[in-house]
Design a binder for this molecule. Structure first.
Ligand code: S3P
Length: 174
């Protein structure tokens, strides 16, 4: 676990990789508060993410997300889960680079389409995956994989693991 200021650990990865559930499992295991930038954005604007996408557009969502990530990296000292696309933002990449340089741990939760699909359910709550969700997810993962790998310090495959098992694997990596 990081002794550096800021979150003890940051989780990144695509939708369906288990970021939120693994964050909860880690929080329980380590008795730490859990924060999720998706939930932060929703409480800031008082709307769901799907509503922000439809009513305000993706650029507005990304700006809100960037602010939520910056605040969380600054203030939160527990477990932090980032929304799946948060790492695409350059200033977020820089902040994560500084966090890692200071001793922080960023875990890339990797997952295959076969395991992500049932977890995500490919429903209205994931506006980026509407249309042909499987193809969209695959394209998104292909484009983002290099970024997830670059910003992270550890990669953990979540495919056949329960969130509590992933938490144990992460702990072993510390
Ligand atoms: C997004 C992932 C979602 C949410 C938004 C956009 C993405 O979070 O932030 O719908 O770009 O991958 P999860 O990764 O928690 O599903």
């Amino acid at each position: 676990m990081s002794a550096a200021p800021g979150p003890r650990i940051v989780l990144v990865g695509p939708p369906g990789s288990g970021k939120s559930t693994v964050a909860i499992a880690l929080g329980e295991r380590w008795q730490l508060a859990v924060r999720d930038t998706d939930a932060d954005v929703e409480s800031t604007v008082g709307k769901t993410i799907a509503e922000v996408f439809v009513e305000d557009g993706e650029p507005v969502f990304r700006a809100l997300e960037r602010d939520a990530v910056r605040r969380a990296l600054d203030e939160h000292d527990g477990v932090l889960a980032l929304g799946g696309g948060a790492v695409l933002d350059e200033s977020t990449q820089e902040l994560l680079g500084a966090y890692v340089a200071g001793g922080g741990m960023v875990v890339f939760l990797d997952v295959s389409l076969a395991h992500a699909a049932p977890r995500v359910g490919f429903n209205q709550a994931r506006p980026l995956l509407l249309g042909n969700p499987r193809a969209q997810w695959q394209a998104l993962m292909e484009a983002r994989r290099p970024v997830y790998e670059r910003v992270s310090t550890v990669r953990v495959l979540t495919d056949d693991r329960r969130p509590t098992d992933v938490a144990v694997v992460i702990e072993e990596e510390l």
